[in-house]
Design a protein around this ligand. Sequence first.
Ligand SMILES: [Mn+2]
Length: 244
Amino acid sequence: MRTCIISDLHYKYSKLTAEDKENNALILSFLEQAQGRYDLLILNGDIFDLWYDWKYTIIKQYFPLLVKLYELRQAGCRIVHITGNHDFWFGNFLPDYLGVQLVAEALVFTADEKRIYVCHGDTHTVNDLRYQVFRRVIRLPLMKKIFGLLHPDFALGLGNMMSRSSRTRKDSSALRDRKNEGLRSYAKKLIKSGRADYVVMGHSHHPELIQFDTGAYANSGDWISHHSYVEIISGQIQIKHYDI
Ligand SMILES: [Mn+2]
């Protein structure tokens, strides 16, 4: 079994800088060369910088990315999307039009005798109460409904402003370490208790692979500065970096 796990692409749809354009192009190039390489592609959250499925409308700026996912799917690769903290308001577009399976919390599966646990990771950070409250509120069905009533041009402008401000807010390195520590200790708990051999998360934007006696924790990093991903091929796990 050949599995690829990527996360935190943060594919932009509005006011792209030169760097955003480069990142988007690299993502498309990666997905193109991924054809035929994998049996399973896991999109582990924060793939889209924001997602919303209106009843009749999708975000056209995502079209190149959606085409690449469609082509990969047509080539026979199973694709699963796990909810991130930027992309969680899904409707029927991904499953019905692209054949992408949606998973809300975590995907747990066995391949080549390895028990693999994959989730985005935003619920496993520590000392992040403000975000956990925000997460609860923003996911209320009423919030989704209200957002859907806004005109897409307005709603997406608002979404872009919020996403950019959350990104430019600099976490202190101490806070960042504490967040990473939360993900690591959650992974360690799953591995030590025998519930998983491999735990893969994203969210931290910090690619790493930590080996334990009976398994490993991998973080797939991001596609803003690292262009990193996780491969699990025939039961072997590794982190890779993509360059054209
Ligand atoms: Mn995230």
